[in-house]
Design a binder for this molecule. Sequence first.
Ligand code: NAD
Length: 515
Amino acid sequence: MRKIVSVNPATGEILRELECAAENEVLAAVGRAGAAQGAWAEIGVRRRIAVLREFQRRLQERKSEIAEAISREAGKPVAEALTTEVLVVLDAARFLVENAHRLLRDEPLPHGNLATKLKSGRLVRAPHGVVGIISPWNYPFSIPATETVVALVAGNAVVLKPSEFTSLVALELESLLHAAGVPPDVFRVVVGDGATGAALLHSEIDKLVFTGSVATGKRIAAAAGERLLPVVLELGGKDPMLVLDDADVDVASSAAVWGAFVNAGQTCLSVERCYVHRRLYEAFLKACVEKTKKLRVGHGLDRETDVGPMIHERQLRTVESHVEDAVTRGARVMAGGCRLAELGKHFYTPTLLADVTHEMLIMREETFGPVLPVMAFHSDEEAVRLANDSEYGLAASVWTRDRERGERLARRIQAGTVMVNDVVSCYGISEAPHGGVKSSGVGRAHGRFGLDEMVRLKYLDVDRMPGIKKVWWYGYGASFTRQMEGFIDFQFARGLTERLRGALRAVGVVRRKQL
Ligand code: NAD
C-alpha cells in the first residue's frame, strides 16, 4: 500500500499519513458515483441550488477554521487563505445560486432558413455523468471547490483526486459538501499520488477537469485523446506585466510586488515577467526594492506574515536554479536571492532581479516561486512582442493611465485573460472565464463558460407538421431542380425582382409528387 504524508511546509511537522486509494478503490468510487448520478440529476437544479446555499452557509460559518487548515497544509498566510480561497469559493457558489437555474434551462433556437422554419429547435443542457477532477496543491481549496460546485450544480457526480501535498484540505471540502446535503456517492475524494490520478483518468469518468503542470497536462491530454475523453486543462503560466511609460509607478510597483509574491509566488497567475518602460525603469526598481524589503516572511499561521514558505524542496530547487542561471547570465539581484534557513527548510527570500533577458530561464520557464524579474523596453510594440514571446498564455496585465491605450494593447496579447491595471484578481471574479491559450491549457472554468463545460449540449429538433413530407426528400427531377433554384433566389438574391421571380418558380415545390 502506497502512503502519502501531509506536512506543514512551515515547520516540517507531519500532519497525517494517508494511504493512497488503490486502483480498484478509485474504480469503485467512480462506479458508485455513476450509479448515484441519475438520482442527483433527477432532483432538479432548484434542489441542487438549495444544497449549494447550505454549503455556502456552512463555509461562511467555518471560514476561519478552513483558512487555518489551508494555511497549515499549504503554508500561505491565513489572510490569503481567506481572500484567495474561502472568499473565492463563497462567491463562486453565489454566482451559481443566482444564475445556474437560468443558465441551465432549455433555450429556444429559432431557425432563419425558410426551409426549416416549420421545425422548432431547442438547446438542452444535460450533465456529462461522472466528472473526474485532478487538482494541484497551490490553491488546495479554491481550485477543487470551484470546479466541484459547478459540476455538481449541473447534475454531475464528482470524484476528486487532490494533490498529494494537500489532501487534508480536500477532505475538509468533502465533509462540508456532505454535511450540506450532497449524497456521499455523488461527491467523493480519493486521496493519492500521480498513480491515483492516472487510475481516475483511466476509469469510467465522462469528463476530466485537470489543473496542474504543463508536463502532466500533456500526458493527460494524450491519454484522454486515446478514448476521446473530453477534458479541461488548466495548466501553467508565465504571466507578463507591462508597465507603460504613463503608468503610476507607486501603484504599479505595489501590484508587481503583490502579484509576484502572493502565495510565495506559487500562483498560476503570478507576475512571472515584468517589463517596464525604460523611462520609468530605475524609479520602478527603486520602489519595488523598498516594498520587497518590507515584506515579513514567516509562518502562515502567524497573522503578521506576508509571505509564507514554499511547498516543498523540489519547488525551491527550481527557484534556485532559475535565479542562479539569471545571475550567471548577468542579472542584478536587487533584493533577496537566497534561502531563509533560520525560519525553516522551505523558506526563500522574496527576490527582485533586474536586467534580465529572454535568454534566461527566469523569463522562459515557469518559476513558481517568490521571484520578480524586471526588464526594460523602449516602445509599446516591443512590449507586446516580448509579452507574446512565450510558450504560455494564461494571463497578462497592462499598466497605464490611458485606459484606451491599455485596452488596445490588451487585445494584442496572447492570453486567456488580460487585465488593465490589475494583476491576479481575475480568478476571484466568478463571472469571468478562467483558462489559457497556447501551453497554458484548453477549456474554461468559472462563470457561464465553466458551467457550459459541465454539460453536454444537446440540440432538440421537433417538427411541428408531422404529417407533411419534407420538400428536400426524394422526388427529384428537372422541375424540382428549377423550383429549388427559385427558392434559393427567393431567399438570397440581392434584387427584389429577382427574389420575386424566384418565389414564383419555387411555388410548385410543395405540390410535387414525392416518394
Ligand atoms: P502537477 O502536474 O505535478 O500535479 C497536479 C495533479 O496531477 C496532482 O494531483 C498530481 O497528483 C496529479 N498527477 C501527477 N501525475 C499524474 C498522472 N500521470 N496522471 C494523473 N494525475 C497525475 O502540478 P502541481 O505541482 O501540483 O501544480 C503546480 C502547477 O499547476 C503549476 O504549473 C501551476 O501553474 C499549475 N496551476 C495551474 C492553474 C490554472 O488554473 N491554470 C491553477 C493552479 C496551478
